[in-house]
Design a protein around this ligand. Structure first.
Ligand code: 5MM
Length: 339
């Protein structure tokens, strides 16, 4: 299959009504933090057991079309000996891979950060393809401060995302482009909107410069919300502010937008996605999800590191996936949480 045909096939498998992308690509420090919160040690076996229960949850494929994995997971197996990427694909869940290598301070630009991992990326992708991965993810992170992110920071981060996306497409991998504007801070919703708009403008300029084919990529942005220490905005307000920014910045050629949850609670993230779809139904792109915490948190709690809790954890994951599937169609109500 040509790279172009592979890209089109992957987009077709990922972008589907009522199905989102599960982010299960926590790096070693992040998964250790998640496990610590439930009193579980982050050993290779515990990570395998946990990610195995997620990917083999019966029926997950009805709501989830893709899963982003961490490198280690590509070669791990389910309890009954199936490779995890193959187990995902048995449910028509496309395996993807996080390819960035984490962030460092951006030199001479205090407060800005930049993500590493471009060196040798094409070669790494060739290996990941052998292991079953068909799409990739790269995250750049933006902190909101009085003078942050700086113009330099936004330009540098956009350049990284675009160069990553170009390498991915040249290797037949659909790139998920993730510019995350953090919720941390005491800024208001308007400031988040201004920053997100500037960030996305810079990103799409850079994607254009690097000849990235917009039809063969996915965007994973944060929603427009007030800073963490401010009172929360309601779903309709979040949806209106987010859609306004997206309409100003994201070309119609992008097939689908997969929001991250960024620290929103599971029910909050579902309600916000629902409001986005209720008011943004006429948008040129699908409005979907690629949640990590907001999909996994209840499952992680229910599991608690005990094999006897696997079914309860899978039920918790399925519940969130099902409710988010309804939210992707603008058909979720808060009462459904008690069903
Ligand atoms: C699942 O977490 C991903 C990896 O994060 P680290 O590299 O920091 O370990 C992260 O990129 C995630 O995909 C996004 O932040 C979305 O997850 P949330 O939890 O914000 O929905």
């Amino acid at each position: 299959m040509s790279h172009e045909a592979a890209l089109q096939a992957t987009i077709g498998d990922l972008v589907q009504s009522g199905r989102g992308i599960l982010a299960a690509d926590e790096s070693a420090p992040t998964i250790a933090k998640r496990f610590q919160a439930i009193g579980v040690e982050s050993t290779e076996e515990n990570r395998r057991a946990y990610r195995s229960l997620l990917l083999s949850a019966p029926g997950l494929g009805a709501y989830i079309s893709g899963v982003i994995l961490f490198e280690e997971t590509l070669s791990q197996k389910t309890d009954d000996g199936r490779l995890l990427p193959a187990a995902a694909w048995e449910q028509k869940i496309v395996p993807g891979i996080k390819v960035d290598k984490g962030k460092i301070p951006l030199a001479l630009s205090p407060g800005d950060e930049i993500t590493q991992g471009l060196d040798g990326l094409a070669e790494r992708l060739a290996g990941y393809r052998e292991q079953g991965a068909r799409f990739a993810k790269w995250r750049e992170v933006y902190t909101i401060g009085k003078h942050l992110p700086s113009v330099t920071g936004m330009a540098a981060n956009a350049e990284m995302l675009a160069r990553y996306a170009a390498v991915c497409q040249s290797e037949g991998f659909v790139p998920i482009v993730e510019p995350e504007v953090l919720m941390d801070g005491d800024h208001g919703l308007e400031r988040c909107a201004d920053v997100t708009e500037a960030v996305l403008h810079a990103v799409f300029h850079a994607l254009h410069r690097h000849r990235v084919v917009l039809e063969h990529m996915l965007l994973k942005p944060s929603m427009v919300v007030p800073g963490k220490v401010q009172p929360k905005a309601g779903p309709e307000t979040v949806a209106a502010a987010t859609l306004r920014v997206l309409r100003r910045t994201v070309p119609a050629a992008v097939p689908s937008i997969h929001f991250l949850s960024g620290g929103q609670g599971p029910e909050e993230a579902t309600a916000n996605l629902d409001a986005l779809n209720r008011s943004g139904g006429a948008s040129p792109w699908r409005l979907s999800l690629s949640y990590g915490r907001a999909l996994q948190q209840p499952a992680l709690q229910a599991w608690g590191g005990k094999s006897g809790n696997v079914q309860a954890a899978q039920q918790a994951l399925l519940k969130r996936a099902r409710l988010n599937s309804l939210a992707m169609q603008g058909r979720y109500t808060a009462e459904m949480e008690n069903d």
